[in-house]
Design a protein. Structure first.
Length: 356
């Protein structure tokens, strides 16, 4: 098709609809998105339309709504509180600059709800999808196949996807929890601790990586064997958590553990309370590092903690999906699997000099 015919088609669609997406025009005309973007650039230089991310809008619309978001990106997360709320804040900072409107759906950790939410977002004609799947424990290969079947560019959030010989999977961005645990134990080892216990709340997607990171760090740092305790949730049965923490503290005393890593920071804060009731001084008799940093600074003894890069996870997710929706003239980028390393926030509970 000649350039003039393409230009006429673009202007006609803008007159009818007010906006066009480069991907839709490319599909309708049987040309590449690169060709359509070049046509849009020519028409914009001639003052016949206004370029926006992913397409173009009519000049009247541009004058009326100079900041209107023209690209919808769906976001499916298991919860809109705590961890994912902070990730969403990071997403929004990039989305606003890229003229993207994020459409949020919450799955409540239910795979059936998750799939229904995804279908609803596709019905809204989202241009891309960011999802933290709840099905990661069931069958990793099936999860990978499901994500690859989604008909729009997709980014997996805070999940480690399997690697297969046949497919690289969708883009992903996650916190490197194995490395985060290593950072925590390295800090305690540098302070002279050789026997470091672990308390882990296992009913979270991150717990398996916390345990893997602990085993990895103990081996690499040549640490002595120390108690490992599964911890209950606590909110639904505070007495059960108190009993578990008392058992853990008794085991630390009995087996001469001088430090402990506790996942999560809520559990670590409760540990400090139980230690005080039992006459155990924090950090003089037991150094404590929390894995997560939502509440750590507000514990009775402010907790040294591993701080997740939540906002940066959100920012990277939007950047990844944006580059898939509107690739550069060089074509689509290769598959990218980004892992971000958490940082250590040093406070009073480990006995080191605090860092502001």
């Amino acid at each position: 098709m000649l350039p003039r015919a393409r230009h006429e088609y673009l202007l006609r669609q803008l007159a009818l609809r007010g906006s066009v997406r480069a991907s839709d025009v490319a599909a309708a005309l049987g040309v590449t998105q690169v060709t359509v973007r070049r046509d849009i650039a020519v028409l914009a230089d001639d003052g016949l339309l206004a370029r926006v991310h992913g397409g173009a809008i009519a000049l009247d619309d541009a004058a009326r709504k100079p900041a209107a978001a023209r690209t919808l990106v769906g976001v499916v997360v298991p919860s809109a509180t705590e961890h994912f709320a902070e990730i969403m804040r990071g997403m929004q900072t990039v989305a606003e600059a890229a003229r993207i409107r994020l459409v949020l759906s919450v799955s409540d950790y239910r795979p059936d709800v998750e799939r229904a939410r995804l279908e609803q977002l596709l019905d809204l004609e989202v241009a891309g999808l960011i999802i933290a799947p709840t099905t990661h424990r069931d069958n990793p290969e099936a999860l990978l196949g499901w994500l690859e079947s989604v008909p729009v560019p997709t980014v997996a959030l805070e999940r480690l996807l399997p690697v297969t010989a046949k497919a690289t999977g969708p883009d992903s961005v996650r916190t490197d929890h194995v490395r985060g645990v290593f950072v925590a134990l390295s800090h305690l080892a540098d302070l002279g601790h050789t026997r470091i216990a672990l308390g882990c709340y296992d009913r979270t997607p991150n717990s398996r990586w916390v345990r893997e990171g602990y085993r990895d760090a103990v081996g690499k740092l040549v640490l002595d064997e120390a108690p490992q305790f599964p911890l209950p949730k606590g909110n639904d049965d505070p007495d059960a958590l108190a009993d578990a923490l008392d058992d853990m503290l008794a085991a630390c005393r009995r087996e001469r553990a001088t430090a402990v890593l506790v996942h999560s920071d809520y559990h670590a804060a409760r540990l400090v309370e139980r230690a005080h009731r039992l006459g155990i001084e924090i950090p003089d008799e037991l150094a404590v590092v929390a894995y997560d940093d939502e509440l750590a600074a507000h514990a009775a003894v402010p907790l040294t903690a591993i701080t997740f890069p939540k906002r940066e996870v959100g920012r990277q997710a939007v950047r990844l999906v944006t580059e898939r929706i509107a690739p550069s003239d060089d074509g689509p980028p290769p598959a990218r699997h980004i892992q971000l390393v958490p940082r250590l926030s040093v406070r009073e509970s480990c006995g080191a000099a605090t860092v502001n």
